[in-house]
Design a protein around this ligand. Structure first.
Ligand code: TUI
Length: 315
């Protein structure tokens, strides 16, 4: 059994948390991951206060175990999401796409454990000073909003920079990724892309089929010009966006308008033509639909076998 300080910190069985994916991570997925012994996370990005409150309460009906909420700091609802998690006594928060500094004092006062996503060592040190209980070092292999460094280089450098536990994210979809993350010094992992095809994940079947079919080279990074760098599956939307991004006659505002609503269209409507299907580079490793429990058990069994067998390679 793989057990690390993250398990004690979060009250979970396996040191794995689920990415708080916008328009994807609802009570159904989060409760399934928590019931399987990981930490399920509800996306705060696409909800206002009332919608998030309803999702949190639904999740509480579906699991007795701890779960978290992801506060996406670029969300138009961030202020009300930041208040709602306190009112609803959410035990754990992950934050993404920015600096949670402004909200930290209130969250800590409420006894919430805050785990910010970091994309650099400097930012990891900063959030540690502000009271983060662990950091999620997320490499640019990830789907969605990404930083510049990749997991292999980012994780060990973040581990050397902070005393709090580090979770590795970006490119991890099986036991090999978990074993590698632990060898880089991480105490656990965050997994997003693999959970897209969990049976309890309520996104459109079109989205799931795209992930299941994707190969290694099927993701693309767009949004460098708008400062909102995002990895998604190659699609009609991402190709059009990439072309327009390289056209100097198209303004930043026009590009931003093009992106609006595309995540919802992908996740909820399965709109192949206009949807933006966020997914990580490890999509090519994701080949079967399973329950969240089957995924977690399979990944940790594989990681354990790899780690136990590793000494056979040493003479
Ligand atoms: O947040 C994510 N991934 C996401 S959020 C999202 S929703 C959305 N995205 C784009 C447009 C519209 C909606 C989809 N995917 N991951 C966490 C993450 N955070 N990755 C990288 C970072 C990050 C990067 C730099 C966190 C902090 C940071 O620097 C903070 C600072 O102040 O230096």
């Amino acid at each position: 059994m793989i057990h690390t300080p993250i398990c004690e910190l979060l009250g979970i069985e396996y040191p794995i948390i689920q990415g708080g994916m916008a328009w994807v991570a609802d009570a159904s997925l989060a409760s399934a991951v928590s019931n399987a012994g990981g930490l399920g996370v509800i996306a705060g990005m696409n909800s206002n206060a009332e919608q998030l409150r309803a999702e949190i309460r639904k999740c509480r009906e579906m699991t007795d175990r701890p779960f978290g909420v992801n506060v996406m700091l670029m969300s138009p609802f961030v202020e009300e999401v930041a208040r709602t998690v306190i009112e609803e006594h959410v035990p754990v928060l992950t934050t993404g796409a920015g600096n949670p500094g402004k909200y930290m004092a209130a969250w800590l006062e409420a006894g919430i454990k805050v785990l910010p996503v970091v994309a650099s060592t400097g930012f990891a040190r900063l959030v540690e000073k502000r009271g983060a209980r662990a950091v999620i070092a997320e490499g640019a292999e990830s789907g969605g909003h990404i930083g510049e460094l990749h997991t292999m280089a980012l994780v060990p450098q973040v581990c050397d920079s902070v005393k709090i536990p580090v979770l590795a994210a970006g490119g991890i979809a099986d036991g090999r990724g978990i074993a590698a993350a632990l060898m880089l010094g991480a105490d656990g992992v965050q997994v997003g892309t693999r959970f897209l095809v969990a049976k309890e994940c309520t996104i459109s079947q079109v989205y799931k089929d795209k992930v299941l079919k994707a190969k290694d080279i099927d993701t693309i990074v767009t949004g460098i010009r708008t400062g909102d760098t995002v990895r998604s599956l190659k699609s009609n939307f991402s190709r059009t966006f990439a072309k327009k991004e390289n056209d100097p006659s198209i303004t930043k505002e026009e590009l931003e308008r093009l992106g609006t609503g595309a995540l919802r269209l992908a996740a909820r409507e399965g709109d192949e033509a206009n949807g933006c299907f966020l997914a990580g580079e490890c999509s090519g490793l994701v080949n079967k639909e399973q329950t969240a429990k089957e995924m977690i058990q399979e990944m940790f069994l594989e990681a354990e076998q790899i780690l136990k067998g590793a000494s056979n390679r040493i003479r």
